[in-house]
Design a protein around this ligand. Structure first.
Ligand code: GYE
Length: 329
C-alpha cells in the first residue's frame, strides 16, 4: 500500500533546511540579545513586598514585561540591599540585556553599578533613586518626586491649621531608614510646615513602610505622648497599621488625630473615604508600561531623558469617595 509519508531523503532535506533557518534566526543577534529566542532579557530587582504600593508595582512590571514580549528575570530582595547587590551581580553574570531596579536605600551602589557599566549592560532606576555622584552609572530614573509629596502633605496641614492658636503636635512615621522616599518625604513635609511655629513634629521614627511597623511605632508614640494632634505617615500601610493602635488607645482616627499619608492605594483610599484618614498625597506604582518603553529604547541605543517624573495628584475625603470605584490598585 502506498503511504503519503515523505521519503527519508525528503525528511533529511527538510530537517537541514529547518536547522539552517533556525540558525539564521539565532545568528541574527546584532541587537545584542543574549537569549536564543531573540527576546530582550530584562533583569529586575524589586525592593520586596512590604506594602500595597509594592504589590501593585510588581504586578504592573510583570504585566508590562509580558505585554512587551520581554524575558523577565524578577528578583525580590526582601528589603535588603545585600540581596539586591547579589541579584544585580547574577544578572550581570547571566548577561541580561538591561537591568532595572528600585534601590531599597539611596547609598552604596557605586561598585555594583560600575560592574554593570563595565559589562556594558545599561541600568535603569525605577521608583527610587541612588545618591551616586557619577550619573553615567545609570541611563535614567523613572519615578515620583518624593519631596513634592511631602510638601503637598505639609501644605495641606498648614492650610487646615491656619486658625489654630495653640501648639499642634505632629508625630511622623517614616519609611525605611535611608530610602529615598523616607528621606525626601520627611524633607518636603518639614519645609512646608517650617513657617508655622505652632506646627511641631514631636516624634519621628521609622515603621519600615509596613503595617506591622506602623502599628508598633504608633503604640509607642501614643504611650509617650499624651497629646497627639496629627499623624504624618510616609505611606498608607503604616497609616493603616497605626489606625489599630489609635483605636486601641480609645481615640478616634480622623477626628481626635488628623491622619495624612502618601500612596493612595485602595485600602488607603477606603480609609480616607470612611473618614479615618484625612488627606493622601498620591504616589503612582503603575510604572510598568513606561519602564518597558525605556528598556526598549536603551537597548536600541536611543537617548532617553535622564529623569522621568510620574504624574500625581492629592486626595481629600470627598475626592476619595469619588475616585474609589475606579481605583485599579
Ligand atoms: O510609597 C511605599 C513603598 O518607593 C514609592 O515604597 C515607594 C514606596 C511607597 O513601600 O508604600
Amino acid at each position: 500500500m502506498r503511504t503519503h509519508l515523505p521519503s527519508r531523503k525528503v525528511v533529511a532535506v527538510l530537517t537541514v533546511a529547518l536547522l539552517a533557518a533556525g540558525m539564521a534566526a539565532c545568528g541574527n543577534s546584532d541587537t545584542g540579545d543574549n537569549g536564543d529566542d531573540g527576546k530582550i532579557t530584562l533583569g529586575f530587582s524589586q525592593v520586596g513586598a512590604e506594602s500595597g504600593w509594592r504589590t501593585a508595582n510588581t504586578t504592573s512590571i510583570k504585566e508590562a514585561a509580558a505585554d512587551a514580549g520581554f524575558d523577565l528575570k524578577f528578583d525580590d530582595a526582601q528589603q535588603k540591599q545585600e540581596n539586591q547587590i547579589k541579584a544585580i551581580r547574577n544578572f550581570i553574570q547571566q548577561k541580561v540585556d538591561v537591568i532595572a531596579f528600585s534601590p531599597v536605600v539611596e547609598s552604596g551602589w557605586d561598585t555594583v553599578l560600575k560592574e554593570a557599566k563595565d559589562a556594558k549592560i545599561p541600568v535603569i532606576l525605577t521608583d527610587r533613586s541612588v545618591d551616586s555622584a557619577d550619573k553615567s552609572l545609570y541611563k535614567t530614573f523613572l519615578g515620583s518626586d518624593f519631596v513634592k509629596e511631602g510638601r503637598l502633605a505639609g501644605e495641606w496641614l498648614v492650610e487646615q491649621k491656619k486658625a489654630a492658636t495653640g501648639p499642634v503636635n505632629i508625630v511622623e512615621l517614616q519609611g525605611t531608614t535611608g530610602s529615598a522616599p523616607a528621606n525626601d518625604r520627611k524633607k518636603g513635609f518639614a519645609e512646608a510646615i517650617a513657617a508655622s511655629p505652632n506646627l511641631k513634629v514631636i516624634a519621628s521614627q521609622s515603621g519600615d513602610f509596613t503595617r506591622a511597623g506602623g502599628k508598633q511605632v504608633m503604640e509607642q508614640f501614643l504611650k509617650a505622648n499624651p497629646k497627639i494632634d496629627v499623624l504624618f505617615a510616609h505611606n498608607d500601610d503604616m497609616g493603616l497599621g497605626a489606625l489599630e493602635a489609635i483605636t486601641a488607645a480609645g481615640k478616634v482616627p480622623g477626628k481626635d488625630i488628623t491622619i495624612i499619608t502618601v500612596d493612595a492605594v485602595k485600602d488607603g483610599m477606603q480609609a480616607l473615604a470612611d473618614g479615618k484618614f484625612n488627606f493622601i498625597a498620591e504616589c503612582s506604582p503603575l510604572l510598568g508600561p513606561q519602564l518597558m518603553d525605556l528598556v526598549k529604547k536603551v537597548h536600541n541605543g536611543e537617548e532617553v531623558p535622564p529623569r522621568i517624573e510620574t504624574q500625581e495628584t492629592t486626595f481629600t475625603q470627598e475626592q476619595a469617595k469619588e475616585a474609589l470605584p475606579n481605583r485599579k490598585y
